[in-house]
Design a protein around this ligand. Structure first.
Ligand SMILES: NC(=O)c1ccc[n+]([C@@H]2O[C@H](COP(=O)([O-])OP(=O)(O)OC[C@H]3O[C@@H](n4cnc5c(N)ncnc54)[C@H](OP(=O)(O)O)[C@@H]3O)[C@@H](O)[C@H]2O)c1
Length: 340
């Protein structure tokens, strides 16, 4: 477990150990975990160049002013979009590609707890935001990440370490009505998909984390009875059990910048903030240190041996390739191509 003091120590060394003008893209940063992580990034990185994506213009105006106050040397560009649609993801990525040839960081946290509606492109809304839109962003922007010097990192904030059985007969997961089984399935899809992407770009680090319980607006767009009850329970328990929002941002900034998480082809981790006295290279999703894909909890620790074993079994059965074929098939049906 990485102690919070070590996380903070690492973050305070970003300004002196990492180059200025890092370029970052935050998807889902008009609120919640994305917003707080982006603010920590703006606070600690010298002259950051940040693109942030969300739907709510009014939140973006407020956040942009707050970012400028945190770091007046930074540049902050808001791209308004509903990224549950793959075609919209392409528009956002093309906009970024018009302006940048390389990016250092892609942090994706746009999510929802709405399970009962479909996008106009025919994808379950929950899966669209949790899986398909995220993989489309990564696939589209991977050449720019690969081209960056120094830090090259993707972070997907979802449910790392909660992997479990994947329903190979229903990769979309639409027939899974049990919320726990659904989470295991979706989490495995994310980690296995990132492993496929890591083979395409081994110099890039891929982190999939479970942020713990953080009091945000997550769930506020759901009208289901279950979510209403959960929201009430969450409000009651939050003061005792939740991770404070600013601390969440600090933890995610560490995942984005620490040498604890090297890419597969840079095992000495030269690109990140140097390991502190108590911090070591993390075990990757395959149980090997520094393997380039990290499924971690909010302490930066990997899943249990049982979780690593489930992933190993799925990997051996070719589930990663099956997931990826499915993802690219969906992309091709919607857009005519596997990446924009
Ligand atoms: N909070 C927790 O306790 C917790 C626990 C475990 C896992 N997670 C996972 O962590 C992720 C982030 O959660 P969070 O708590 O930060 O959620 P949140 O507070 O609801 O924030 C989600 C962000 O995504 C944006 N977003 C939502 N739908 C969008 C869409 N269709 N297009 C573009 N942007 C969209 C929202 O902004 P706009 O409304 O402006 O679009 C907001 O900026 C989620 O995937 C969640 O499942 C959270």
């Amino acid at each position: 477990m990485v102690q919070l003091t070590d996380i903070r120590d690492s973050n305070t060394r970003i300004a002196t150990e990492l180059p200025a003008k890092l370029v970052a893209v935050f998807v889902g940063a008009t609120g919640g975990i994305g917003e707080t992580t982006m603010k920590q990034f703006a606070k600690h990185v010298k002259e950051p160049f940040i693109y942030f994506v969300g739907r709510t213009e009014s939140a973006a105006v407020r956040i942009k002013a707050e970012l400028a106050a945190l770091n007046p040397q930074g540049k902050y560009i808001f791209l308004q979009s509903d990224v549950s649609l793959i075609r919209n993801v392409d528009t956002v990525c093309n906009e970024i590609k018009k302006r940048e040839t390389a990016i250092n960081v892609l942090c994706i946290s746009a999510g929802t707890l709405v399970f009962d509606k479909y996008t106009s492109e025919g994808i379950l809304y929950f899966s669209a935001l949790s899986i398909y839109s995220r993989f489309r962003f990564i696939e589209n922007l991977l050449p720019l990440l690969d081209r960056a010097t120094g830090l090259r990192r993707v972070l997907s904030v979802l449910a790392g370490t909660k992997e479990g059985e994947l329903d190979r007969t229903d990769i979309t997961g639409q027939s899974i009505k049990n919320i726990i089984r659904g989470r295991r399935h979706t989490t495995s899809m994310m980690t296995l998909g990132l492993e496929v992407l890591a083979k395409k770009a081994p110099s890039v680090t891929f982190v999939h984390d479970y942020p713990g319980f953080v009091k945000t607006n997550l769930g506020s767009d759901s009208k289901s009875l279950l979510m209403t009850v959960l929201a009430i329970v969450a409000t009651v328990l939050a003061p005792f059990l939740s991770i404070p929002i600013e601390e969440t941002g600090e933890r995610h900034l560490f995942f984005l910048t620490s040498a604890r998480f090297p890419g597969l082809s840079e095992p000495d981790a030269a690109a990140g903030v140097a390991l502190g006295e108590h911090v070591s290279i993390a075990l990757g999703s395959n149980g090997e240190p520094g393997s380039g894909v990290y499924s971690i909890d909010y302490n930066g620790d990997p899943g249990s041996p049982a979780t690593v074993a489930v992933l190993a079994k799925l990997r051996k059965e070719g589930a990663g390739e099956q997931v990826w074929e499915h993802i690219e098939d969906v992309f091709t049906k919607i857009t005519g191509n596997t990446a924009a």
